[in-house]
Design a protein. Structure first.
Lengths: 112, 112
DNA sequence: TTTAATACATAGAATTATGATGTATTGATA
DNA sequence: TATCAATACATCATAATTCTATGTATTAAA
């Protein structure tokens, strides 16, 4: 597990990216995919993931459809057109930021 | 300028790294070097930098010596032994985190 | 039948960067 | 010489975001 603060600013980008890959995911599914791709190093907390999804919904980046699997509720989230374009700009920003960090901390590693 | 949240968790690592390179720097010098290396994209605010330095001092990672250039005060900060080892672990953590982000968001770019 | 996994939620705490504001010196320029 | 930009520090309230703790409830497996 990483320092709590490192995830800040990247969680929403992660969610945008995963939704753009899968079109339709529910919270717990996002949790599992992040866990898997991060080799168990990012274990999203309920208290992080669900409020984040709600905020992104309020901000118009994602919508959801409720579905009942048996009696269990699922909220399937998907990107809105706004979310789609936010994804692109936020990923670009993150990429740029990481390149900048590389330059500052790891000393011009990526000579692109 | 990047989203405010992206810097969270990385500012102290940046400071640790720059101090380990230069042995001795004052706040404004750190500001200028970060500005330069980031191509003007990270412009540390007084309200971010000075409180961060004070916190790192409280945490025992850095110390300082006051110096007077004419009548102007400067606080030259330097790494303590604790700060030296914190630097190593925090940089490793950040490197690892960035690799994980690569895997999640940019899809296995660095096949190391 | 008990436990782990699934699936959602909220409230309060903690952390940290920012904005706003303040003081004061120094060098350049008009 | 007067003014402005740059230098150099500081604090406080605010904003944003993740985490901890807690809660409810279903389902599958042991």
């Amino acid at each position: 597990m990483y320092s709590k603060e490192l995830l800040k600013g990247t969680l929403s980008v992660i969610i945008l990216k995963l939704l753009s890959e899968h079109k339709r995911m529910y919270g717990y599914e996002i949790f599992k995919l992040v866990k898997e791709r991060s080799d168990e190093k990012i274990l999203l907390k309920d208290g992080s993931l669900y409020p984040a999804l709600q905020k992104m919904n309020r901000d118009g980046l994602i919508s959801f459809e409720k579905e009942y699997i048996g009696k269990r509720v699922r909220k399937y989230y998907y990107l809105t057109p706004e979310g789609e374009s936010a994804k692109t700009t936020h990923i670009e920003e993150l990429k740029d930021f990481m390149k900048t960090l590389d330059k500052i901390i790891f000393n011009q590693l990526n000579p692109i």
